[in-house]
Write a protein that binds this ligand. Structure first.
Ligand SMILES: Nc1nc2c(c(=O)[nH]1)N[C@H]1C(S)=C(S)[C@@H](COP(=O)(O)O)O[C@H]1N2
Ligand SMILES: [Mo]
Length: 319
């Protein structure tokens, strides 16, 4: 991991990735697209190919880490919330092997000029990969520091050309009642949403991997969204549909308990959850019996990049 600056700054790829590596990837990508076409690219990412894929070799741009140690990889992959696969933090790692991630399509629909269904391989090759080390804050007052691999969701959004009427984006996760269980009477499928400007923010990552490898099933393989300035539940896993809509879409937690989970759910140490404080968090970035407790940062520390989107809003009301 490269730690060049204290804060997340975009570092031109030329400064970090050897030029040859990036050019090789670009060449590879273009040859793949030209020689094989979309179907071929899709074929090139069969389940086996994907399992062997080192996303790290494809990373063209790297964001530097925050002032915190990175969570050990095994910790990030064994302490998860993925209610489709159980209620306990250890359940997803045990149960998510039943998730079938190939073939996988993501349907992009609604208020767009160019609706389109992407086969996973097409989606994967849309843009050069970036690695972004983000703070990740769960609403349950614990947090991790995770290197995610993907590219800004905005790149996909630009491609489908949203209509002026599109004001929100809804994400729907895989619905597979046969293999999965949803506790607390959570309705299928898991739904999340962002306002259009939030979805277009360069920090919002369409995510295919972590720690330089393809996502583990329990992390939401093969593709999820990561929104680092919001509580973790706003980062939907294993998505199959992206829908552009005019009105604020229904979202799983907001529907379930609107007084506890707002639509925006920006990380905010000043607005407590009705049942606990959000002022601090347990920092899960080292193997220790008593994790460090640190103050939670407004917008999870991403205020410079996101606060302007909420200027003039009452963040107690629109929590
Ligand atoms: N489909 C789906 N996405 C989901 C969840 C879920 O239960 N189902 N849990 C959310 C919650 S509460 C958190 S904290 C993060 C956890 O992501 P991680 O396991 O990669 O840390 O995923 C979010 N995305
Ligand atoms: Mo969470």
């Amino acid at each position: 991991m490269l730690l060049l600056t204290r804060r997340e700054t975009e570092i031109p790829s030329s400064e970090i990735t050897p030029k040859e590596t990036y050019e090789a990837f670009e060449l590879n990508r273009r040859q793949l697209m030209k020689g094989l076409g979309a179907a071929g690219v899709a074929m090139a990412l069969t389940r086996k190919a994907r399992a062997e894929l080192k996303i790290d070799d494809l990373v063209a741009t790297r964001y530097t880490a925050p002032d915190r140690a990175t969570t050990p990889e095994q910790m990030a992959k064994s302490y998860n919330n993925f209610y489709e696969f159980g209620e306990e933090k250890s359940d997803p790692a045990k149960n998510a092997h039943t998730l079938v991630t190939y073939p996988w399509n993501v349907k992009v629909e609604g208020l767009v000029a160019k609706p389109r269904t992407f086969e996973f391989g097409e989606l994967f090759h849309l843009q050069p990969m970036q690695q972004r080390v983000y703070r990740f804050r769960c609403v349950e007052a614990w947090s991790m520091v995770i290197p995610w691999d993907g590219f800004p969701l905005s790149e996909l959004i630009k491609l489908v050309e949203p209509l002026p009427k599109a004001k929100f984006v809804q994400f729907l996760s895989l619905e597979n009642r046969k293999e999965e269980i949803l506790p607390y009477g959570i309705p299928w499928p898991y739904s999340e949403g962002l306002r259009m400007d939030e979805a277009m923010n360069p920090l919002t990552l369409l995510t295919f991997g972590s720690y330089g490898e393809t996502l583990a099933n329990q992390q939401g393989a093969p593709v999820r969204v990561i929104v680092p300035w919001k509580y973790g539940f706003k980062s939907p896993k294993s998505i199959v549909k992206i829908k552009f809509v005019e009105h604020m879409p229904p979202t799983t937690w907001n529907e379930l308990a609107p007084n506890e989970y707002g639509f925006y759910s920006n990380v905010n140490p000043q607005v407590d959850h009705p049942r606990w404080s959000q002022a601090h968090e347990r920092l899960l970035n080292a193997y220790t019996l008593f994790p460090k407790v640190v103050p939670t940062l407004m917008f999870n520390g991403y205020g410079d990049q996101v606060a302007s989107m909420y200027a003039g809003m009452n963040l107690r009301k629109d929590f």
